[in-house]
Design a protein around this ligand. Structure first.
Ligand SMILES: O=C(O)CCC(=O)C(=O)O
Ligand SMILES: [Fe+2]
Length: 307
């Protein structure tokens, strides 16, 4: 199957070979992380930063990454860590990845069932359109029904779908909104939308129900609070449902599609982009569970945001 890729080079960060080698060396000796509630402990962040700070070219690579992720940039980026993943054991690779992520914002895991990283595996028996399902997952921000969704989601690809599916889709939410009519935008600014359950969550505020899709906040602060999954569930009236459908269509029209490889680290700025996933390949029952697609997910809180 040809690789699906409508993202351009600007959306990817390849590290220079020397930097990969230095990070691999440091990764071998990084200590275990600690947690402070749902957040990566400040002492771990300080320790990891101190280990990585002297590495030549590292500061430049992180500045490039932060610029791509900013609301002025594309709002998403994939850092290619496949060579480092291949050279380190899984535990050390996760520590190094966590250290890199902590250069962007503060890692945390609001889903209380998990420590820091949440596995997103492939479960053929599950609702196909949900996390860990095998079908299409429509554009969304994670924890859409929280008053304070995470500022970023991070997805680390451990194993791509051996059947060639599961491409990531990412769309510029602000650009999609700009293409709507004023009437639709006005409808989306009304607090009549709702989605899903709210439980076993911490540090994302309260349940927001019903919510407006457009919150009128400045771009770097507010969200396009949307999930394509709410179209069938929300119980809203027809004008609002039509406006939400229009937004869903514009998100699809503007989407970038690319397939993550093992070791790819996808950062998504929730203030700027929505994300989802194409269906996985048909026939997952024929793939051994340990060989199926596996991502790991965590979230980031931008410490510069007023809380
Ligand atoms: O499976 C994927 O690529 C995306 C998963 C996702 O966005 C989620 O579970 O929130
Ligand atoms: Fe998601």
């Amino acid at each position: 199957m040809p690789e699906i890729n409508s993202a351009d080079r600007n959306n990817f960060v390849d590290l220079p070979g020397e930097l990969e080698e230095a990070l691999t060396r440091i990764g071998k000796a990084l200590p275990e992380w600690g947690m402070d509630g749902t957040f990566l402990a400040a002492s771990t962040i300080e320790r990891y930063r101190a280990e990585l700070a002297p590495v030549p070219q590292f500061a430049e690579a992180m500045a490039t990454l932060r610029a791509k992720l900013s609301t002025a940039g594309a709002g998403f980026a994939v850092v290619r860590l496949g060579n480092i993943a291949a050279a380190l054991g899984e535990e050390q690779f996760l520590r190094l990845t966590t250290a890199i992520i902590a250069e962007v914002a503060v890692p945390f895991q609001p889903l209380q069932r998990y420590e820091l990283w949440k596995p997103i595996g492939t479960k053929p028996g599950k609702d196909p359109n949900m996390t860990s399902g095998t079908g299409y997952q429509a554009h969304h921000i994670d924890l859409v029904n929280a008053t304070m969704p995470p500022d970023y989601t991070v997805l680390l690809c451990i194993r791509p779908d051996p059947l060639g599916g599961g491409a990531s889709i990412v769309s510029d939410a602000r650009a999609a909104v700009e293409r709507l009519t004023k009437t639709s935008r006005d409808l989306l600014a009304e607090p009549v939308f709702s989605y899903g359950q709210f439980f076993e969550l911490a540090d994302v505020g309260e349940e927001f129900r019903p919510f407006p899709v457009l919150d009128g906040e400045p771009h770097g602060r507010g969200f396009v609070r949307f999930t394509g999954k709410m179209l069938t569930q929300s119980g809203m009236g027809e004008p609002h449902a039509n406006a939400a459908q229009e937004l869903a269509a514009q998100l699809i029209a503007g989407q970038k599609t690319f397939t993550l490889k093992g070791g790819d680290l996808l950062f998504l700025n929730h203030h700027r982009v929505l994300h989802g996933r194409q269906a996985l390949g048909e026939g997952q029952h024929g793939v051994a569970p340990d060989d199926r697609r596996l991502l790991l997910q965590l979230f980031l809180r931008d410490s510069s945001q007023p809380s």
